[in-house]
Ligand binder design. Sequence first.
Ligand SMILES: NC(=O)c1ccc[n+]([C@@H]2O[C@H](COP(=O)([O-])OP(=O)(O)OC[C@H]3O[C@@H](n4cnc5c(N)ncnc54)[C@H](O)[C@@H]3O)[C@@H](O)[C@H]2O)c1
Length: 349
Amino acid sequence: MRVLVTGAAGFMGSHLVDSLVGSGHEVFGVDDMSGGFWRNINPKSNFTQLDLRDQARADSFISNTKPELLFHLAADATEGRSQFTPVNCVQRNLMAYLNVLVPCIREGLKKVVLVSSMSVYGDQRPPFSEEMPRSPVDVYGVSKASMEHITEILSAVHSFNYTIIRPHNVYGERQNIADPYRNVVGIFINALLNDRHFFIYGDGAQKRAFTNIADFTPYLLRAGFDPMTDREIINVGPREEVTINHLAEMVLKVFFPQGVRVELIPVHLPDRPREVKEAFCTTHKAERLLGYRTTVDLETGLHRMAGWARELGPQQPRYLVDGLELVTDQVPLVWRNAANKPALVGQAL
Ligand SMILES: NC(=O)c1ccc[n+]([C@@H]2O[C@H](COP(=O)([O-])OP(=O)(O)OC[C@H]3O[C@@H](n4cnc5c(N)ncnc54)[C@H](O)[C@@H]3O)[C@@H](O)[C@H]2O)c1
């Protein structure tokens, strides 16, 4: 199979490429390196640096490679920031996806596995099950919901298969811990590596379920090849939810089993706009169609990730404050303050 993975230098994409290469597939990877790392790229894959927002280049790349199977993971996944970068969010999610999907269909694509998000459920009452309607409440969720919906429509008209996977707070080795806008586990760990306290938005009673990368990649892979998953939407993630306060305690315990220094106690900030209070899902469908089961509990996973992050070392958080499209008093204070510290500000979006 000629397989294309977008976002191949990213966290989940690079783990997937490793598994595909290990299974003997001819693997092509693309990534524009906006959030990916060269160290993540599998040397046995055919990697091309490509910004999928560039329609002409995406088109010519697909004409040359003619993938039979597409795993689409490339994204700007900064959900909390998307209210302040709506143009960037739609371009990097919906438009970049169409720029790769459309030429793939033209070149005879057999199947796409779209990595979507639990954000499409919005603030409905959890646990989220796949029968619930799409009802996103933030810009990122809207972009993912549109990607899903357009996939269903194009599949019905143009006869290719698809599986939509909705992951749930995946964490683990290779995650971008320098991104201050997303990946709560990574943000907490990186703050402690930098000998700083981390922040918790709101009261910390928000509930989430966390998936170790080892409990995600095998199921994503399977979705590409198992016809049972054709034209299905599947949640992939554990049922066990924890509060952000509890997650914070667990991370602190990994670093400071004897008790945390007072200056590293987390600081609470006001809620971020549009952040849903509770987000976790049912797993029946993933169990039935993918054989899903949780094998790495959160405590074990946090120890593993902390061990990897310690080896990597503390990372400088990269705020993209110059790139915010809407700078209003709704922008979280930490992000606004970072604008006054040029050393922390990365390239514009
Ligand atoms: N990690 C999670 O908890 C989680 C949860 C739900 C959904 N997802 C989805 O899973 C996918 C992978 O997420 P991840 O955590 O590995 O993120 P990631 O940021 O590590 O990977 C995304 C990759 O996409 C690349 N990219 C961004 N814009 C691009 C463009 N225009 N052209 C080419 N490449 C581009 C980035 O450089 C990055 O390497 C994303 O679609 C994300 O929305 C992730």
